[in-house]
Design a binder for this molecule. Structure first.
Ligand SMILES: Nc1ncnc2c1ncn2[C@@H]1O[C@H](COP(=O)(O)OP(=O)(O)O)[C@@H](O)[C@H]1O
Ligand SMILES: [Mg+2]
Length: 366
């Protein structure tokens, strides 16, 4: 079973008088003011919880503090202030020795440029973390082979790294992390160096693996589309601070400030949204039993469009028990594909439903 990760009021200041800098930050100073004094506030007051089995994505531009935050999560960097708890341990309070043990057994990291050992086979590379743990050869090779197979590399065990494509090498890195059985996976821009198609493939692979492995994952990226694809929850960082934490839909439909909103402008909404986000939920609890096609709250946007195209009336959204929870008139779908201004206005006016002739028919025809 996976474990919970909790970061509480984490600060990391590099440079001069870090503790004094934290005090000033607590009193509202920003990065620029501190820089003038020779201190770099890399991470400022970051708090979040990652539930077992979740993928928590930290998204932000280069320099926003993502890698520094991640290094505090595995104890590679000591926070200037704040604490990190994982699996019952306060990592910030452990002795160096205990911390090394936790790091070797419970935490795995996957970096952007995964350095494979060129003169070791793919299998030996995948088994490296286990070798560090002192796991006997036979067991570590069996576990590494299993991890490679999970990552789609069965049959490549005896190959050399340079016989593999970039995407495959990155899979070996992922396999190395998975082979150790570590509960917590920390992934720093792990897919950022890959070509778009391979990158998509790796994202799918990770999501698929996660369905069975249910690790606790912190995934760092500067790409909002990647964040939205992978993240159960997403933290958006700016200048060292987390400026919003939420689901992909929260970030897209309810940005807490202009900065987050400007980020979401280029996001392909159709990839993120599901029926529950676009439906009109003001449906007066009627039953829907029209014998026609319906959607579920988690039906993806694209599928919803296809259903809508086959119907002459709005799509009914039913929950697991078959209870009507919302309706989606066609023009509502169109509205959500537009810019960020149009979607909320469609949301906000239930009366607009009348615009779709027979808008309620699907509801009342029961
Ligand atoms: N070891 C360090 N010493 C001094 N400054 C650092 C160090 N590591 C990172 N920084 C600074 O902290 C800020 C955040 O960096 P980083 O965490 O690497 O951001 P990101 O991963 O989001 O690109 C940057 O301004 C960077 O220059
Ligand atoms: Mg980084």
């Amino acid at each position: 079973m996976s474990s919970r990760l909790e970061a509480e009021a984490l600060y990391k200041v590099f440079g001069r008088r870090p503790d004094a800098a934290v005090e000033r930050l607590r009193q509202g100073a920003d990065r620029e003011e501190l820089r003038a004094d020779g201190a770099t506030a890399a991470v400022i007051d970051a708090s979040f919880t990652v539930e077992p089995g979740q993928i928590f994505v930290v998204m932000g531009l280069s320099g926003s503090g993502k890698s520094t935050l991640l290094r505090m999560l595995n104890g590679l960097l000591e926070p200037t202030a704040g604490s990190v708890r994982f699996d019952g341990d306060d990592l910030t309070a452990l002795s160096d020795r205990d911390l090394r043990v936790v790091r070797a057994r419970k935490i795995s990291m996957v970096f952007q440029h995964f350095a494979l050992f060129p003169h070791r086979s793919v299998l030996e590379n995948a088994a490296y973390g286990l070798a560090v743990q002192g796991v006997p050869r036979r067991e570590r090779e069996a576990r590494a082979a299993e991890a490679l197979s999970l990552c789609g590399l069965a049959g490549w065990e005896k190959s050399w790294p340079d016989e593999l494509s970039g995407g495959m090498q990155q899979r070996v890195g992922l396999a190395r992390a998975l082979a150790t059985d570590a509960d917590l996976l920390l992934m720093d821009e792990s897919f950022s160096a890959l070509d778009p198609l391979i990158r998509r493939d790796m994202q799918d692979q990770l999501l698929q693996l996660q369905q069975t492995l249910k690790k606790t994952i912190v995934f760092i990226t500067h790409d909002l589309n990647e964040a939205m694809r992978l993240g159960d929850r997403i933290a958006v960082m700016r200048d060292g601070r987390i400026v919003q934490t939420g689901t992909a839909e929260d970030i897209l439909l309810r940005p807490e400030n202009d900065y987050v909103a400007s980020f979401t402008q280029d996001v392909d909404r159709s990839r993120v949204l599901t029926a529950s986000a676009v439906m009109d939920g003001d449906v007066r609890g009627d039953e829907a039993d029209c014998g026609c096609e319906t959607a579920a709250p988690d039906t993806p946007f694209g599928e919803l469009c296809a259903i809508s195209a086959r119907l002459t009336h709005p799509v009914a959204v039913l929950d697991k028990k078959g209870k009507l929870v919302g309706v989606v008139p066609r023009q509502r779908l169109v509205g959500f594909l537009g810019d960020e201004q149009s979607a909320p206005s469609v949301c906000a006016s239930p009366r607009d439903r009348g615009g779709d002739k027979g808008g309620d028919k699907v509801v009342t025809r029961a």
